[in-house]
Structure formats: structure tokens, C-alpha cells
Design a binder for this molecule. Structure first.
Ligand code: ASP
Ligand code: MG
Length: 470
């Protein structure tokens, strides 16, 4: 059994959905047990959320406007995918009913001037409910027996709206109960990505881009043989091809490498997708739905054959480096604890941490948008330390970028860091801070944002990642 997940651009319009149907038909030739997971049509989740965000500020017209646009787009796709026979009218009515719920809730939000998290999650997940129905109809049109399934009956989560955490045991039960009979009957179910529901049935979402995660969760719940993420990229690459034109697709990488790369800027896969798959050893493939013939990347427990010492070099931009500094920090316990507690209390995510052993400063990277709020929180939390002059300054430096070098081949191998930093030095890029996790499969460092591209290119070249294999 396989899970095939298609992202927003792979269901973006009727032509893309037809392409999806042909990919599914081809996959069925070798494995008849398939579960399709879909994202909303490209841009729809943003449209829904933009509209309710505008509504909460009193802009009620934004709802009617989004409603009309979404209705037109889904109707147009449906009209092109399904013959105007008996099937089209009830389907159209079903899409309309979902869109009318959006309009009614949206108007309510505009009237009350408040957007409760659970209403926000319900609205955010509507695009998947619409696309799953379209895709399932398209499969039936292509002669593949299929029915749509809303994942709020399959993926059971806690009530952390916006980033819900699945209960894997409850999810496995619900999923198997709903999907196994459909599979046994020869159907290809089409499941909404991104959404789940609490045990009480209140709809939740798994976080932006979470449809990949849905595929991982369903893969584990159904003990699938493989999960295939059909997207608009050829797979994991040695670098971002927009930045480094010679970048190559990586045929095989390990779960750990993919985890690092999913996190560091290569937006190929939602970082949580692999979590449910790792304990079961289920392989994941990333493939390009625009070029189904290209081999893509296989992600599994093994790192695979590779000719260089590193696999990939990526960068994340739009960050800020916060530094807590003071000559009096040396040997004073608890400053790090207070620092990170304050950052956590401010709800800010930390991307990288570094402290030199002179203990004169402690730096951490956050998104640039969080810089000021983090700095304010730190100044407040460290009042006593300022008073005693242990801490003298909290600085925020931006815009900065993280450059991350990833590869299991670095582990236990001397000289890799030297080669990385000599390449960076040759490109005349200044390194502001460095971090290496003890997993030794990632070396990350901080540079001024405008220099990130030069650093990535220099490392890519030094390790000959772009050169043809052989
Ligand atoms: N449609 C959702 C989003 O845009 C989930 C996904 O596409 O994976 O975040
Ligand atoms: Mg995605």
C-alpha cells in the first residue's frame, strides 16, 4: 500500500488534477492499494485566512469577495473535470455548501470582531475539503473508483489549534476503520491533508504546509509500504537551484539528513512529515508531479551512495541574531536558563544557539519579525543581571542568515569544517557565529544576509556538489 500526497500546485487547476489522475492510474498498475492525500488548490488557504483576517478588522466585503473567487475557481475546475451528467450537480451543491459555511462564519467573524482559534482552523482547512472532492471526482472520471474522506474523522489530535499534535494510536484505529474497507473494495480514497479533529470532533489543523505531515501520519497509521510526496520540485537537492544553477537532485538521503534539510530552508517537505515514518522504517519519496518520469529522492534509514563528503548546503534568510553579552556572565549559573525561559514565554522559536566558552556572550537566532519582542522579553527577564552588571547588553543584529551544511558523511570525519570555512573565507564572507549539533550531520553558521548566497555557492563549488557524477 502506498500513500500519494499531492501539494497545492499539483492540484492547482483542472489540468494539474488530470495529471494527478494519470499519475494515480500509473501507480495503480503496480499497487492497487493507494491512498491519495491532497492539499488545497494553490493559494486557497492563504485566500481563506486573508479573508477572515480582514473580516475580523471589520472588512465584511473581503468575505464576499473571497467567496465569489473561490466559488468561481472550484466550479470552473469541476466543470472541466466532470461531465455535466448526473454527477456534476450534486458535487457542485456540495462545494457550494462548504463555501456557504465559509461565508456564514466569515460574516459572523466580521460582526463579532473576533476570530476564535477553532473557527480559524475550520476556515483554514476548507480548501482541502473542496480539493479532495474535486480530485476524487476526477479519479472517478478517469475510471478509478474513489470517494473523498475528511481527515477530521481520521486524524485525531489534541486541541492546539493551528499546530495540533496527533494521537497516533487513536488515529490508527479511526483511519484503519474508515479506509481499509474502502481499499478492500478496490477504491482509492482521497483524504484531505492538513486537517484533523480533537477527540470531541472539533476540527483542527496540523500547521501550515501540514498536508505532508498528514501523509506521514496516514502512512504510519496504515503501515504503508511507502509515502510519495508529489510536489513541484525534483526532490531534495544539493542547493537551492534558484541560487546555484548547477545544483543536483539527491537520489537518496537518510531520515536524519532530510530532517535537517526540511528544517533548513529547503521547503521540499514539512519538517514533521518523517516523524511517524521513522519508527516504522517506511520510506518516503519526493517526486515532481510536473515531471513524473524524473526519479526524485528516496528518504529512508540509510544515507545511500554519494560521491562527496557533504550532501547539501542551504540558507535561511530573514533572521535576527540576539546576543546577551556581559563580561560578568562568566561562571554565573542560570543566565542561559533565564534567557531561554524568557524566549519561550514570548512564544518565539529559536533556530540556532551558540556560546563561546569564555561565556562573555550567548547568542540565539530568531525570525527577524520576532527580534524586537524577543529583545524586550530578554531585557525584562534579565533585570537583576543588568542590575548586578553580569549582563551589559542585549543586542539584535539583522538581517542575518543561517547557512547550513548537511550530510551524514561529515560524522567522525576530520577536516570538513576546515574546508567549509576556507571556502567561505575565499568568498570573502564574514562568519558571525557557528554551531554544530553533536549529531555531526549539520554545521550551521551565521552571516550577514546579503552574503548568504555567496557562502552557499562557494561551499557548493568547493565540495564539487554540482559536478556530474562519476
Ligand atoms: N493548504 C495548507 C497550507 O497551505 C496545507 C498544505 O498545503 O500543506 O498550509
Ligand atoms: Mg506543501
Amino acid at each position: 500500500m502506498q500513500i500519494l500526497k499531492f501539494g497545492g500546485t499539483s492540484v492547482g487547476d483542472a489540468d494539474r488534477i488530470r495529471q494527478l489522475a494519470s499519475i494515480v492510474a500509473a501507480a495503480r498498475a503496480s499497487d492497487s492499494r493507494l491512498v491519495v492525500v491532497v492539499s488545497a488548490m494553490a493559494g486557497v488557504t492563504n485566500q481563506l485566512l486573508d479573508a477572515v483576517n480582514a473580516a475580523v478588522g471589520g472588512d465584511i466585503a473581503a468575505i464576499a469577495d473571497a467567496h465569489a473567487k473561490l466559488r468561481r475557481r472550484h466550479r470552473e475546475a469541476l466543470a472541466r473535470l466532470v461531465a455535466p451528467d448526473a454527477e456534476a450537480p450534486p458535487l457542485m451543491a456540495e462545494l457550494d455548501a462548504l463555501l456557504d459555511r465559509f461565508a456564514r462564519i466569515g460574516e459572523g467573524i466580521a460582526l463579532v470582531g473576533e476570530l476564535p482559534p477553532r473557527a480559524r482552523d475550520f476556515i483554514a482547512g476548507l480548501g482541502e475539503r473542496l480539493s479532495a472532492r474535486l480530485v476524487s471526482a476526477a479519479l472517478r472520471g478517469a475510471g478509478i473508483p474513489s470517494a473523498p474522506f475528511d481527515a477530521d474523522r481520521l486524524i485525531i489530535t489534541d486541541d492546539t489549534f493551528g499546530a495540533a499534535v496527533p494521537d497516533m494510536a487513536a488515529t490508527a484505529l479511526a483511519t484503519r476503520e474508515a479506509l481499509l474497507p474502502a481499499l478492500d473494495a478496490g477504491q482509492t480514497p482521497v483524504v484531505t491533508g492538513f486537517i484533523g479533529a480533537t477527540g470531541e470532533g472539533v476540527p483542527t489543523t496540523l500547521g501550515r504546509g501540514g498536508s505532508d505531515y498528514s501523509a506521514g501520519i496516514l502512512g504510519a497509521a496504515l503501515e504503508a509500504d511507502a509515502v510519495v510526496i508529489w510536489t513541484d520540485a525534483d526532490g531534495f537537492m544539493t542547493a537551492d537551484p534558484r541560487l546555484v544553477p548547477t545544483a543536483q537532485v539527491l537520489a537518496e538521503i537518510s531520515y536524519a539528513e532530510a530532517g535537517e534539510l526540511a528544517y533548513y530552508g529547503a521547503k521540499v517537505l514539512h519538517p514533521k512529515t518523517l516523524l511517524p515514518l521513522i519508527p516504522k522504517g517506511i520510506p518516503l519519496y519526493v517526486k515532481n508531479s510536473f515531471r513524473p518520469e524524473s526519479p526524485g529522492t528516496r528518504v529512508s534509514a540509510t544515507t545511500g551512495e554519494w560521491r562527496a563528503d557533504i550532501k547539501s548546503v542551504t540558507s535561511i534568510k530573514g533572521l535576527a541574531l540576539l546576543t546577551v553579552a556581559g563580561r560578568g556572565m562568566l561562571g554565573v549559573p542560570g543566565i542561559a536558563a533565564k534567557t531561554f525561559a524568557a524566549v519561550a514565554a514570548a512564544g518565539v522559536n529559536v533556530l540556532l544557539i551558540s556560546q563561546s566558552s569564555s561565556e562573555n556572550n550567548l547568542c540565539l537566532m530568531v525570525e527577524a519579525a520576532d527580534a524586537e519582542k524577543t529583545r524586550a522579553a530578554l531585557i525584562k527577564a534579565l533585570t537583576m543581571e543588568f542590575h548586578h552588571a553580569c549582563v551589559e547588553r542585549v543586542d539584535a543584529l539583522q538581517p542575518v542568515a543561517i547557512v547550513a551544511v548537511v550530510g551524514a558523511g561529515m560524522r567522525g570525519r576530520p577536516g570538513i569544517a576546515a574546508r567549509i570555512f576556507s571556502a567561505v573565507a575565499t568568498a570573502r564572507v564574514n562568519v558571525i557565529a557557528i554551531a554544530q549539533g553533536s549529531s555531526e550531520i549539520n554545521i550551521s553558521f551565521v552571516v550577514a544576509e546579503p552574503e548568504a548566497g555567496a557562502a552557499v555557492t562557494a561551499i557548493h563549488e568547493r565540495f564539487e556538489l554540482g559536478a556530474a557524477a562519476g
